[in-house]
Design a binder for this molecule. Structure first.
Ligand SMILES: Nc1nc2c(ncn2[C@@H]2O[C@H](COP(=O)(O)OP(=O)(O)OP(=O)(O)O)[C@@H](O)[C@H]2O)c(=O)[nH]1
Ligand SMILES: [Mg+2]
Ligand SMILES: [Zn+2]
Length: 290
């Protein structure tokens, strides 16, 4: 019997697929190579009560992934909003935030930054300072504490397929537990009790928030390689560069030292922040060449 469903958990080559009747089947892909992500819509053949085989991946509206020179790692499919989680403590990497934003922009996925653990007032000011460059670029920032109240986040999730991304320890799974009754997502406390090491969430899981909203929890990121992006994707990902693209003298301008470069002119005029230009140059240096 042919069925369509949604991948709600991805553990290596083993996927849990939710069916329209609310049940779930444990599935493997038919082909050796096919790689799927949490959030993928798939067509499956049921093998028995609890198992099935994935025959095809239905077309994706977005695919969030990262890559280095050797391989790519899928994070989530068909997501409409990235919830980029940072915390007051431990300190977060601004470089990682930039990379997450570029990955989202390149797939036209909208972004909300959540500053979690605002109950820790000591490190709050330095976290705010680290977020200021992103706030200036009009990325929305929501401040909350997953330990006390997450209701402010709910309206941002309504009607969306969201994905929580960020470094390990920022509180993504704690947010899931606060938002979803009975989610029982494993958080650091539980991992410490079980002694399973530093990274608590080991695979992506999709949780239903309502009939038309869902949220994917993903494992903490240490790095976010963007080797799959070409220079043109990267420049597009810097949202403040976008209105200037196409205005450089040379069509193939890399915004490095070319004469008549609109990006460098904007930098010199103080319209582009030096830190953002430096981040662009670093990413451009590892861009896919084509
Ligand atoms: N003080 C404070 N601690 C929090 C808050 N939210 C989460 N934490 C703590 O932060 C630690 C990490 O939380 P997790 O939810 O496991 O973090 P994660 O982002 O899911 O981490 P990975 O799964 O490794 O990516 C836990 O000890 C949480 O209790 C908060 O709002 N305030
Ligand atoms: Mg987690
Ligand atoms: Zn240029």
């Amino acid at each position: 019997m042919k069925l369509e469903g949604t991948v709600i958990a991805a553990h290596g080559r083993h996927y849990l697929v939710e069916l329209p009747d609310g049940g779930a089947l444990s599935c493997f892909p038919r082909g050796k190579k096919s790689e799927l992500a949490c959030g993928d819509r798939v067509s499956i053949a049921r093998s028995n009560e609890s198992q099935g085989v994935i025959d095809a991946i239905l077309p994706r509206s977005a695919l969030l992934y990262r890559s280095n020179e050797f391989r790519q790692k899928l994070i989530a499919a068909n997501v409409t909003r990235m919830i980029l989680v940072v915390a007051t403590a431990p300190p977060f990497s601004e470089t990682l935030v930039t990379r997450c934003l570029i990955a989202a922009e390149s797939q036209d996925i909208d972004v909300l930054i959540v500053l979690n653990k605002c109950d820790l007032t000591g490190p709050l000011a330095s976290a705010e300072a680290a977020l200021a460059p992103f706030s200036r670029l009009a990325y929305p920032i929501l401040r909350l504490s997953a330990h006390s109240d997450v209701d402010a986040l709910r309206p941002h999730l309504a009607g969306q397929t969201g994905v929580l991304v960020g470094q390990s320890g920022m509180g993504k799974s704690t947010l899931i537990n606060a938002l979803v009754p009975n989610a029982n997502a494993r958080t650091r406390e539980i991992s410490e009790a079980l002694d399973t090491g530093r990274h608590t969430t080991t695979h992506a899981t999709l949780y239903r928030l309502s009939e038309n909203s869902s949220l994917i929890d993903s494992p903490g990121l240490q790095e976010f390689g963007l080797h799959h992006l070409a220079l043109r994707d990267i420049e597009y990902g810097f949202r403040e560069f976008r209105p200037l693209l196409g205005s450089c003298r040379f069509r193939d301008c890399r915004h490095d030292r070319e004469p008549g470069c609109a990006i460098r002119d904007a930098l010199e005029a103080g319209e582009i922040a030096p830190g953002r230009y430096a981040a662009f140059r670093a990413l451009a240096g590892e861009a896919r060449s084509d």
